[in-house]
Design a protein around this ligand. Structure first.
Ligand code: BES
Ligand code: MN
Ligand code: ZN
Length: 507
């Protein structure tokens, strides 16, 4: 949990005597900044005239206000932050520029060791005050994130301290603005929690950790949690997750968390790959960079942490989250190439490569979840293929599915929250690549179109249920460099799902 306290105030900025008074400015189409109505009009004019501040995206200026008889600006420091130019192209949308501005504020606060902030809101073309507040708060809290649990503090440097308090200067302290703050805070909190899970190493975050956290959420928000263990999986004949777990000393878990809005409401099913470490199994991965495979649980982390928002905000739609979780190891009884597993529901699969394990655990979760919860739609998130990095790099999540309406909703949600997605085709021809001579299907489709054949595998388990698959292998960490995404896991997917649920309309 962040301990950052956020309050709305109608106090004059001049009266603030804390560490950092922050004023943000947007450039208009001619790259001009609106200077009037700013509490620091004179300073701003001077900074612009000298060319020290332009208001471009990420541009900052720190200075120290002089207190005189006439003018009492009592803050210790002043910070100007640029929001960049009003633009119509979607990727640098106004909302995203506000989040980036928030991230920049967090960076500066950390650098200056500033704990108490006062925020003067910018005017941003196309956004109302509520949207501006929401996105700024989101950006600040997502940017003010560090994972220092395992590191001894540097003796020469004062330790990192999260921002303690932000007073936000707004035109009112009404319900709408308070809700905007809460929305920003909730979304950021969930993103931070997903990053915490991902930052934990394979020996720090296990399938059991997923189960325990789901139980904590269930208790806190009166949701229903079920954890299927190995015995349950055997009874249910979940041969995929059991197969992947065979070579491991760590027990597998299928973690299910249900939020129920009402009997009549539709159900959204969310499935997240919770592979707590992927060695590749017998088809062992190369040693170089293998440590990054502790992030192979980022889909599960996103799905489970967004349930915290669902529990708090209590939307009018039912949401069920399922996280199939295990690690992928190469112990003596591990799955071998050539083995055949039988998934939940009966489909058999020939194992060509034990490193294509994500689809094996997701298949059981999808088939089981769809049968049990009869959802209106399913979305799964997984760090599924290296191929998506070749195709889309680290800037967009790969998106595939069998229902264009659902895909369009996700594309729109991702764009709005700064987690862009890109749709890939899923024509039936691709399924030919996963036909097997000895089983119903096989678990790899060769080198061509690796991301698509992985999705084609999952498609076998969703039937006619509207379904979308997000391949976050390129975006879950090493995501596009942004001020509000510190190095390491990004928490991607969390805010897309939150947005999908918040803007839910009957399917
Ligand atoms: N977890 C990996 C995918 C991955 C690779 C994520 C690199 C992030 C970075 C997945 O389990 C995997 O190993 N996929 C294989 C599939 C192949 C064997 C068909 C891959 O992409 O190489
Ligand atoms: Mn793998
Ligand atoms: Zn994997």
């Amino acid at each position: 949990m962040t301990s950052t306290k956020l309050t709305l105030t109608r106090k004059k900025p001049e009266t603030f005597s804390g560490d950092l008074l922050v004023c943000c400015f947007e450039q208009d189409k001619n790259e001009k900044i609106k200077v009037n109505r700013s509490p620091v009009e004179n300073e701003l004019k001077k900074a612009i005239a000298l060319g020290d501040f332009k208001g471009t995206d990420g541009n900052t200026l720190v200075f120290y206000p002089q207190v005189s008889e006439k003018r009492k600006l009592s803050a210790k420091r002043l910070l100007f932050v640029g929001l960049g130019k009003q633009e119509s192209d979607k990727l640098s949308s106004a909302r995203e520029r506000c989040r980036c501005c928030g991230g920049t504020i967090a960076e500066k606060a950390a650098e200056l060791k500033a704990n108490k902030l006062f925020l003067c809101l910018p005017e941003v073309q196309g956004l109302n005050e509520e949207e501006i507040v929401e996105c700024l708060v989101e950006g600040i809290l997502l940017g003010d994130y560090r994972f220092l649990k395992y590191k001894k503090p540097d003796e020469k440097e004062p330790p990192f301290q999260a921002i303690k308090e932000i007073e936000i200067s707004a035109s009112s302290s009404g319900k709408g603005l308070r809700r905007a703050i809460l929305h920003g805070q909730q979304a950021a909190e969930a993103g931070r929690k997903a990053r915490d899970m991902a930052n934990e190493p394979g020996n720090g975050w296990t399938p059991t950790s997923f189960a325990e956290y789901a139980q904590t959420l269930a208790k806190k928000h009166e949701m229903h949690c079920t954890v299927l263990d190995k015995t349950d999986m055997k009874e249910l004949k979940m041969g995929g997750i059991l197969g992947v777990n065979q070579g491991s000393a760590e027990p597998p878990k299928m973690v299910i968390l249900e939020y129920r809005a009402s009997e009549k409401a539709q159900t959204i099913l969310l499935v997240g790959k919770g592979l707590t470490f992927d060695s590749g199994g017998v088809s062992l991965k190369p040693a170089a960079g293998m440590e990054e495979m502790k992030y192979d649980m980022c889909g599960g982390a996103a799905v489970l942490s967004m349930m915290g928002v669902v529990g708090t905000e209590k939307p009018k739609v039912n949401v069920v989250a399922i996280i199939p979780s295990t690690d992928n190891m190469s112990g003596g009884s591990a799955l071998k190439p050539g083995d055949i597993v039988r998934h939940y529901g009966g489909i058999t699969s020939e194992i060509i490569n034990t490193d294509a394990e994500g689809r094996l655990i997701l298949a059981d979760a999808l088939a089981y979840g769809i049968e049990k919860y009869q959802p209106a739609c399913v979305v799964d998130l997984a760090t599924l293929t290296g191929a998506v990095i070749l195709g889309l790099g680290h800037h967009r999540t790969g998106l595939l599915g069998n229902n264009q309406d659902l895909i369009d909703r996700l594309l729109a949600a991702g764009e709005r929250v700064g987690e862009p997605l890109w749709q890939l085709p899923l024509d039936k021809e691709y399924s030919k690549q996963i036909e097997s001579d000895v089983a119903d299907i096989k678990n790899t489709g060769g080198r061509p179109a690796g991301t698509i054949t992985a999705a084609a595998y999952l498609q076998k388990f969703v039937g006619d249920t509207p379904w979308a698959h997000m391949d976050i292998a390129g975006t879950a960490w090493n995501f596009t460099k942004k001020s509000y995404v510190p190095k390491g896991p990004s928490g991607t997917g969390v805010r897309t799902l939150v947005e999908l649920v918040r803007s839910w309309k009957k399917f």
